[in-house]
Design a protein around this ligand. Structure first.
Ligand SMILES: *Cc1c(COP(=O)(O)O)cnc(C)c1O
Length: 374
């Protein structure tokens, strides 16, 4: 149950249903400071205000409305409200602003080319919610700006020249906060490059502003440029609503698959039962869990870090209990741009001369003859 009745929000902003469900309205009416958040929640955040000098605050009214409680115990509110730990140098000392060298592995401003067949295309610095655990928190410091058409053109040139590139990952910031015209420009140009098979869009709008996908014009673009896959970022089952369901339905109707990346976050989802519920909730609305990431070593984010083993225990718990469709790949992104590495519980627990010994999902050991396996 939400703390406040659903229509409280509509009353508070004095907003009609049709505006509440308009993605522009949600972006335009973002809450952008702790003072505004104090007014709305009636809580005192004076202690946290010092963090705003470093990392901005921002949320859509919709995303805030999903919080059941305006405290750090709430998994939604915890992703919105800054923690003093963000600017605590002892806690953040291991972190860096660009732990994966995205800027230095960049052949052209805005592109990161790490793997031979895929390139990351950072389309804008803007997001409608500033997630406290953002892996590109450096963007908070750079200011809210979209790239220019000239910058995009230079990015297209590089991709055109490099025939190994089969896939472009459009990320940001959040690329779906761009106007349809700019999105159309990017898609048209990438679509026309023959060696591009996949256009992957990484966006959190489905989580924080699902009304983005009530926009017929955007849906038309998805339909037209049929190479698109959408990857989104749900971290907790409370984020999945009727509005999510409607939005996913709209996206799927364009032929675009929807996948999810979760980050393992202390105090939000570092728990077997919550993760099970999240994976089940995603499947119910037809989103395929793709990755579960160990928390990145980004400065300002390290207080969300759990142990690597915690994630392995969660994966062990999910296997056998949840449909295989609902089991993501647990992975760590290695520092300095060394790439993503999958992490699995050990299912081979031993071997002797004749057998390899496996452990099944119930922890039972099973011997399989080597003559069969080799
Ligand atoms: C994560 C990432 C990719 C995509 O990796 P997948 O395993 O295909 O999801 C590509 N390029 C960069 C720079 C990345 O960080």
């Amino acid at each position: 149950m939400r703390v406040l009745p659903e229509n409280h929000w509509k009353k508070l902003w004095n907003v009609e249903e049709k505006d509440w469900k308009n993605w522009h309205w949600q972006v335009k009416n973002r809450i952008k400071s702790l003072s505004e958040l104090e007014k709305i929640t009636g809580k005192d955040f004076s202690k946290e205000k010092i963090t705003e000098k470093v990392f901005k605050v921002g949320t859509t009214p919709y995303y805030l409305s999903l919080a059941k409680d305006f405290s750090k115990n709430d998994p939604i509110f915890r992703q919105i409200i800054p923690d003093l730990a963000e600017i605590d140098e002892t806690i953040q000392s291991y972190g860096s602003f660009d732990p994966f060298n995205e800027e230095t592995l960049s052949p052209v401003e805005g592109l990161t080319h790490r793997y031979p067949d895929r390139v990351l295309f950072r389309a804008t610095n803007f997001c409608s919610v500033y997630c406290r655990h953002c892996m590109r928190k450096r963007i908070f410091l750079e200011g809210e700006k979209a790239r220019t058409y000239q910058e995009y053109d230079r990015m297209f040139e590089y991709i055109k020249k490099n025939k190994n590139i089969k896939e472009v990952l459009i990320s940001g910031g959040d690329p779906l906060t761009l106007p349809n015209k700019k999105i159309g420009y990017i898609l048209e140009n990438l679509y026309r490059i023959e060696h591009i098979d996949i256009i992957r869009i990484g966006s959190r709008e489905l989580v924080v502003n699902p009304f983005r996908f009530y926009d017929e014009k955007l849906l038309k673009l998805f339909e037209k440029y049929e190479k698109i896959w959408l990857v989104t970022h749900f971290n907790h089952p409370d984020e999945i609503t009727q509005e999510t369901k409607q939005a996913v339905k709209n996206i799927l109707s364009t032929g675009t698959p929807v996948l999810n990346q979760t980050v393992l976050l202390k105090g939000i989802n570092d728990n077997e039962k919550i993760m099970e519920k999240l994976m089940r909730s995603l499947l119910k609305v037809k989103i395929k869990p793709y990755y579960l990431f160990f928390c990145d070593p980004t400065k300002g984010v390290l207080h969300f870090k759990t142990s690597l083993k915690k994630g392995i225990r969660i994966m062990e718990y999910l296997r056998g209990r949840v449909s295989g469709l609902g089991i993501p790949t647990y992975a760590i992104d290695l520092p300095a741009g060394m790439g993503k590495v999958p992490l699995l519980p050990d299912y081979i627990v031993g071997e002797d001369e004749n057998y390899i010994i496996f452990k099944n999902y119930e922890g039972k050991t099973v011997k399989v003859s080597k003559s069969y396996l080799i």
